[in-house]
Ligand binder design. Structure first.
Ligand code: HEM
Length: 489
C-alpha cells in the first residue's frame, strides 16, 4: 500500500515534467525556432555554460557557435530568442514600449539600469538625463581636464621613479577597489542563476561567522554601499542645503526633483548611486585598458594618433586641446570605437520584450534562410555583443585591432557605427556615453604624451575569455603593465 503511495507521489512530478518538456518541444509558440533541443526545454543548458564549462562565462562563444550551425535565430533558454543579425538590432532595441530584463546580482535592483518596466524606467532615466547630456559633460571640462592632468602626473612619477603618492589620489586604494569589483563581477554568472540560494548561503555565513566569511569582492561592495549610504543620508538630512551651489552632488538634484517621493528614498538612491559608480568606472576602464595595450603594441597606430594630436595642437601650441575639439578628432575616435568593439561592453545577453506587440523575424542566412518566425507579445529577444562585434561581414578579421575600419563616411562605416553595441541601443542605451567619450579621449591623449614599453603583457591580457557581465581576460592576467620611459619628444 505504502509502496503505491510512493509510486504515485513520484509519478505526478515526473508526469508534470514530461508534459512540460513535450509542451516546450512541440506546442509552445516558439517550438519551431531552430537550435538544439536542450536549451529549448531547460535553462540548465545556459547555466552550464555560464557557471561551469571551461571555468564559466562561456555562453556568448557557445551562442556564436550555435548561430553558425543553426542560423540567425535560436533559443538560448526556454521562452527567449537570441538573434544574431546586425540588420535586426534596430527592431530588437526599438524606441518603443520595450521592457528590459535586468542582470541582477549586483545589489542595484532599484537603479535605472535594473528597471524592467518601461514606464518606471522612463521616469528614472528622465531624472538623470540632464546630468549626462553633451552640455553637462562640457560643463565638467575643468574637472575632467584636472583628472587627466593628475593621470599625466602619475605617468610622470613612474617615469622618474619618483614617489608615487597615488593613482589620481590613491593608486593602491584604486587598485584594491578595482580588484574587488572584478571579483564581484566574476560572481555575476553564478548570481544570475542561483540568486536566491546564494543570498541564503551568504546570509547564513554572515550569521555564523560574521562578514569576514564573505568573498572579498562582496565585503568591499558592502563597505562601498555603506559609504554611499552615508553620503545619501547626509544629502537627505541636509534640509538647510549647506551644499547648495554649483558642483553639488547629483543626489541633491534628484532629492529636489519632481520625481515622486517613493523614488527618492535612501534605499533607491543608494542603488542608483552604486550603479552609476560601477557603470561609470569598470566599462571605461576596460576600453582604456584595451586601447592602451594596442597603442603600445602597434607603433603605427600610436604614431597616427600622435600625429593627429600634434596637428590639433599646432593651432594653439600653448594650450591644451579643448574637450570639444579633442572628442571630434577622427583617429582618436576610431581608436576608441575599436577598443569599445573589442571590449564588448556588456557581455551577457541584453534582453528586451514587447508586452503588446507580435513581431516577426525572417531568417536572413543559414539553413532556414527565408523562413519567417512569429514572436508573440512577451517573447524575450536578446543579442550578445560577442556575436555582433565579431561578425565577419561587418568586421573582417574581427580579432584584429584596426581603427582604420572606423574612418571615413562610406556606407560600410555608417553601418558599422550603427551596429556597434558597446553602449547598447535604443532608449536604454548607456546613459554615460558623452562622459565616457570625454574621459577616454582625455586619458588617451595623456597616454600618447609618454613613451612606454609593455612589461610582461601580451594580447591574452586583454582578449575576451570570460563573460562576467563585462569581458574578462584569462584568470591569471595581471592586467596591462608598462614601463614609462619618459615624455615623448
Ligand atoms: C566605455 C564606457 C562604457 C560602456 C562600454 C558602457 C556600456 C553600457 C551598456 C552596454 C549599457 C546597457 C545598455 C542597454 O541595456 O541597452 C549601459 C548602461 C548604463 N550605463 Fe554605461 N557604459 C560606459 C560608461 C558609462 C559611464 C561613464 C556612465 C556614467 C556614470 C555609465 C552609466 C550607465 C547607466 C546609468 C546605465 C543604465 C542606463 C539605463 O538603463 O537607462 N556608463 N552602459
Amino acid at each position: 500500500m505504502a509502496y503505491s503511495y510512493i509510486l504515485t507521489a513520484a509519478a505526478i512530478p515526473t508526469l508534470c515534467f514530461v508534459c512540460k518538456v513535450l509542451y516546450r518541444l512541440f506546442l509552445h509558440p516558439l517550438a519551431g525556432i531552430p537550435g538544439p533541443w536542450l536549451p529549448a526545454i531547460t535553462s540548465f543548458y545556459s547555466t552550464y555554460y555560464d557557471c561551469s564549462h571551461c571555468g564559466g562565462g562561456q555562453y556568448p562563444p557557445k551562442l556564436k557557435e550555435l548561430h553558425e550551425r543553426y542560423g540567425p535565430i535560436i533559443l538560448p533558454v526556454p521562452g527567449e530568442v537570441h538573434i544574431s543579425d546586425p540588420d535586426c538590432l534596430d527592431t530588437i532595441y526599438a524606441i518603443r514600449d520595450r521592457n528590459s530584463y535586468s542582470a541582477g546580482g549586483l545589489m542595484v535592483e532599484q537603479s535605472v539600469g535594473s528597471t524592467e518596466d518601461h514606464a518606471l524606467h522612463r521616469l528614472r532615466r528622465e531624472a538623470l538625463n540632464p546630468y549626462f547630456s553633451a552640455r553637462a559633460v562640457v560643463d565638467l571640462e575643468p574637472l575632467l581636464t584636472a583628472k587627466a592632468a593628475k593621470l599625466a602626473q602619475v605617468f610622470e612619477a613612474y617615469a622618474s621613479f619618483g614617489l608615487d603618492n597615488g593613482l589620481l589620489d590613491d593608486i593602491s586604494e584604486a587598485h584594491r577597489q578595482r580588484e574587488a569589483l572584478a571579483s564581484l563581477l566574476a560572481g555575476v554568472p553564478l548570481q544570475n542563476h542561483f540568486r536566491t540560494s546564494m543570498r541564503f548561503v551568504g546570509g547564513l555565513m554572515t550569521l555564523l561567522q560574521g562578514q569576514s566569511a564573505l568573498p572579498p569582492g562582496l565585503i568591499e561592495m558592502i563597505r562601498f554601499r555603506a559609504r554611499i549610504r552615508h553620503d545619501i543620508d547626509a544629502v537627505l538630512d541636509d534640509k538647510a542645503n549647506h551644499d547648495k551651489g554649483s558642483g553639488r552632488s547629483l543626489f541633491y538634484e534628484l532629492r529636489d526633483s519632481t520625481l515622486p517621493q517613493h523614488e527618492k528614498t535612501a534605499d533607491r538612491l543608494q542603488d542608483e548611486a552604486t550603479l552609476l559608480v560601477m557603470a561609470g568606472t569598470e566599462s571605461p576602464a576596460k576600453t582604456l585598458t584595451i586601447a592602451s595595450f594596442y597603442l603600445l603594441s602597434q607603433p603605427l597606430v600610436m604614431r597616427k594618433l600622435r600625429q593627429e594630436l600634434t596637428n590639433a595642437r599646432e593651432h594653439a601650441p600653448d594650450v591644451e586641446i579643448p574637450l570639444h575639439s579633442l572628442t571630434a578628432l577622427s583617429y582618436l575616435g576610431a581608436v576608441i570605437h575599436e577598443a569599445n568593439r573589442l571590449s564588448f561592453g556588456v557581455t551577457n545577453r541584453m534582453r528586451r520584450y514587447s508586452p503588446t506587440e507580435t513581431l516577426a523575424y525572417t531568417a536572413s542566412y543559414g539553413p532556414n534562410e527565408g523562413t519567417t518566425y512569429a514572436l508573440p507579445p512577451g517573447t524575450k529577444m536578446s543579442t550578445v555583443t560577442y556575436c555582433t562585434h565579431l561578425n565577419e561581414t561587418l568586421f573582417p578579421d574581427p580579432w584584429h585591432f584596426d581603427p582604420g575600419r572606423w574612418l571615413g563616411n562610406s556606407e560600410e562605416v555608417t553601418r558599422r557605427k550603427r551596429c556597434l553595441m558597446a553602449f547598447g541601443k535604443g532608449h536604454r542605451r548607456c546613459l554615460g556615453i558623452y562622459l565616457a567619450n570625454a574621459e577616454m579621449s582625455l586619458a588617451l591623449a595623456a597616454l600618447a604624451q609618454y613613451d612606454m614599453k609593455l612589461f610582461e603583457t601580451d594580447e591574452s591580457d586583454v582578449t575576451f575569455k570570460y563573460d562576467n557581465q563585462i569581458s574578462h581576460p584569462k584568470r591569471d592576467s595581471k592586467g596591462v603593465r608598462a614601463i614609462v620611459r619618459g615624455n615623448h619628444i
